[in-house]
Design a binder for this molecule. Structure first.
Ligand SMILES: Nc1ncnc2c1ncn2[C@@H]1O[C@H](COP(=O)(O)OP(=O)(O)OP(=O)(O)O)[C@@H](O)[C@H]1O
Length: 764
């Protein structure tokens, strides 16, 4: 059997029961037995390793490494427990390939089950009757716990009856299994789609690692699902390359990250860090609310120039000569001299803080020379009376003088990014100097006082940190973390030692090694020097300059040019996947075309893939949403829904004052259909939240907060408010209308764009 030009690596031919359910149950039982054996083996090895006793720090370090690897292995095996086996391929010769969440071998190391990410499994996702890649039958196996509950076959052999090829249909793979998955009630958490990945999605998931891949697709086309499965695929296929640097996944908000947070662990992958842009700076919480206008100005590409100018402005040249007094001697600094030193130091092309000592040395030397000339002058006109030792002492005196310190801090201060931005935002003159290209109104949007930060400040802080360089705080933080870890370990050791003598009588005790025998404080310190016990995600999260092996950005259309710069910095290899939909952009500073959004940072060095099938929203709902999309962009095409439910969206024209009570009643009714999402304008958010606060399975969100999420039933409340609250209101409304998997209701007066739609259910 061949896969494209390749021969599929390992098919196995064996005993087969005639009844498909029984045959697959037989295989499933075999696979679970292998899984249990693997698990027992890993657990036994972990226990053995834990008993290893040695006084050698290096050996202990290696032992801990092996235990960590075994724990990862165990987590992977445990994650495969549910839905272990789901696919099978048969070729014309009767050979079979079994596909599952992970790969398993039998006792003779013969392959039993193939990992879905292995090249051999690919035909399961892409083979069609027309291009069957040697596959004559594709079988979908549905299981519950360890029992097979259904088996669906697709015949891909054109010589035989080929239902999927001959039937005019959606052209999707494994239609019945797919529809079952799409119709299933939502749990509030996104789930893995390994069993039903479609061919066009598979091509994106398995796309090569290098370069920037942009995936454009309308609502529900599976972009998020694909992005996460791509992360799992890349980690499997390029494990060596990616294991050390990890993968960064950037999402739009914390609720979204919680929604997708289980998918990768369920696929057995942990080496991935999930963040919002607001979390990119270690140790910084950026949650201050902000108006859209300020966020838009802060997101503009030109802000990179403004930050650079703000840093340069802190390398100050006085307009007039400055006098400073050291021990009653008046010394003087001329502007021309300061300008000359600054120019020479800048030529070193160092960051601001790195360059500071060079600047300071020159100024202090200059002042010391003046000081020496004045106090060491020979009254008889001879050579200066001071020797090298005296000069060194004078230098110390100059440096210790508080007035000199204050002057140096004024001329070239040691700066952290937060202080730079605080000073910039808080001073109209500074702002005008750093940002002459911004209008007065734009600059007013930046003006503010205080040291709390909003998400749109984070890319600016990152930009500033890059230009300023280390201000000593990173090293101090790292040192403090290490000291805490050693103190904690030392504490544990003391507890162990303290309890040792109570557990054994004297005779036993001499036979048993205590923790203190194995480790002492010195060794502990050595171990902490030699190894870092934090997970990769934690280490990466603590280090602003960490660079990742691959970066995935979801809802990528929302990112501003400044955010793109911050993300690009974290992936100098430019191995990235960005998924999004430029028709759903809500952020005023976000992109409405990929060229516009990515051009300033990445030029045209990216490739585009498009998705056109909507797996979430039923056709009936998409017809209504399509009317809004046409108003956003008459040329845009809504994605085609793969299913229809027969349930049209309904509308209730309830006046503003009665909406909260009405929503309370209807949301309670809708919970019988599953998870309910109530999406409303920002102005109604609190009121509606209060009204449904007692209901479980009901979530209230703004359109921006609902981005990327989905619910069985959705109520869009105050559509007109959503529309008028933002310059991107039409797009927000489009997002709100496309969040349901089954049912949609709209409450409140309708905006013009929804008035004349023929998609409404006439009954309500
Ligand atoms: N091949 C598939 N098999 C089963 N379910 C799928 C498949 N593709 C997508 N889905 C489901 O469709 C829904 C929408 O997917 P997803 O959220 O990834 O879409 P999206 O393109 O990111 O949407 P949006 O842009 O609206 O946020 C999810 O429930 C997802 O699990």
């Amino acid at each position: 059997m061949s896969s494209g030009n390749q021969r599929v690596a390992f098919y196995h031919k064996g005993f087969e029961l005639p009844n498909p359910l029984q045959a697959e149950q037989f295989h499933l039982t075999t696979f679970y037995a292998a899984l249990d054996t693997e698990r027992e083996r890993a657990e036994a090895r972990t226990q053995d390793e834990q008993l290893v006793r040695t006084r050698n720090a290096q050996a202990l370090h290696q032992r801990d490494g092996r235990i960590r690897e075994l724990n990862v292995r165990l987590a992977r095996l445990n994650s495969a427990e549910e839905g272990l086996y789901f696919g099978r391929l048969d070729d014309a010769g009767g050979e079979t390939l079994h596909i599952g969440r992970i790969g398993l071998h039998d006792a003779d190391y013969e392959p039993l089950l193939v990992d879905w990410r292995a090249p051999a499994a690919r035909p399961f996702y892409v083979a069609t009757a027309v291009a069957n890649e040697g596959v004559v039958r594709r079988r979908h196996i549905q299981t519950r716990l360890r029992t097979v509950i259904d088996v669906q076959d697709e015949h891909l052999d054109l010589d035989r009856e080929a239902p999927d090829a001959s039937k005019p249909g959606t052209g999707v793979m494994g239609e019945a299994v797919l529809l079952a998955a799409l119709n299933a009630r939502r749990t509030g958490r996104m789930e893995s789609i390994v069993q039903t990945i479609q061919a066009d999605q598979d091509r994106i998931i398995r796309s090569e690692l290098p370069g920037i891949l942009v995936v454009q697709g309308g609502p529900g086309t599976g972009k998020t699902a694909i992005a996460l499965h791509r992360a799992a695929y890349l980690l499997y296929t390029h494990r060596e390359q990616l294991e050390k640097r990890g993968i960064l996944v950037v999402g739009p908000n914390p609720a979204f990250l919680r929604f997708i947070g289980e998918v990768l662990p369920s696929l057995g992958e942990e080496g991935v860090r999930l963040v919002t842009v607001a979390e990119l700076m270690p140790g910084l919480t950026a949650t201050r609310p902000e108006d859209a206008e300020s966020a838009e100005v802060k997101g503009r590409a030109v802000m990179a120039e403004v930050i650079a100018k703000a840093v340069a402005d802190r390398q100050w040249v006085p307009e007039r000569p400055i006098q400073v007094t050291v021990d009653r001697t008046v010394l003087r600094l001329d502007p021309a001299y300061c300008a000359d030193v600054r120019a020479r130091v800048r030529e070193r092309h160092l960051t601001h803080n790195q360059a500071r000592p060079f600047f300071l040395t020159e100024i202090v030397d200059h002042l010391t020379d003046q000081y020496a000339d004045l106090i060491g002058a020979d009254p008889l006109g001879g050579e200066n009376l001071l020797d090298e030792y005296d000069l060194a002492e004078l230098r110390k005196e100059v440096l210790a003088e508080p007035a000199v310190q204050a002057l140096l801090d004024q001329l070239w201060p040691l700066l952290g990014p937060q202080r730079l931005l605080e000073d910039l935002y808080g001073d109209e003159d500074r702002l005008a100097l750093a940002a002459p290209q911004l209008s007065v109104l734009d600059r007013e949007h930046l003006l503010r006082y205080g040291d709390d930060w909003s998400p749109s400040d984070v890319p600016l802080l990152d930009e500033a940190a890059e230009l300023l360089g280390d201000d000593g705080r990173d090293a101090a933080r790292e040192k403090a973390a290490r000291a805490r870890a050693i103190a904690y370990a030392q504490g544990s050791l003391d507890v162990l030692t303290g309890s040792a003598s109570t557990d054994f009588d004297d005779e036993d005790e001499s036979e048993v090694l205590t923790a203190r025998d194995i480790l002492d404080a010195g060794m502990l310190a050595e171990r902490y020097e030699a190894e870092d016990d934090r997970t990769l995600a934690d280490r990466a999260g603590a280090d602003r300059r960490w660079t990742y092996g691959h970066v995935i950005v979801d809802e990528a259309q929302e990112l501003t040019p400044m955010a793109w710069r911050a993300i690009a910095r974290r992936c100098p290899l430019r191995s990235m996947t960005m998924v999004g939909d430029v028709a759903q952009t809500g952020a005023v500073g976000g992109g409405t075309s990929w060229e516009g959004a990515l051009g300033p940072t990445f030029g045209d060095r990216w490739r585009l893939a498009e998705l056109t099938l909507n797996y979430r929203t039923p056709a009936e709902v998409m017809e209504l949403a399509g009317d809004v999309l046409r108003a956003v962009d008459p040329r845009a095409k809504a994605p085609h829904s793969v299913r229809s439910t027969g349930v049209k969206p309904w509308h209730a024209d309830i006046a503003a004052a009665d909406q909260a009570a009405y929503v309370q009643k209807v949301a309670a009714e809708e919970t019988q259909h599953g998870q309910v999402g109530v999406i409303t304008s920002r102005s109604r958010l609190e009121l509606v939240q209060e009204a449904v606060s007692q209901l479980s399975d009901v979530t209230v969100l703004s359109a921006a907060g609902a981005k990327g999420l989905e619910f069985d039933s959705v109520l869009v409340v105050d559509p007109d408010g959503i529309l008028i609250e933002s310059p991107r209101g039409l797009r927000d409304l489009y997002v709100a209308l496309t969040r349901c998997t089954q049912r949609l209701g709209v409450v409140g007066p309708l905006p013009e764009v929804l008035h004349s739609s023929t998609a409404w259910d006439a009954r309500r």
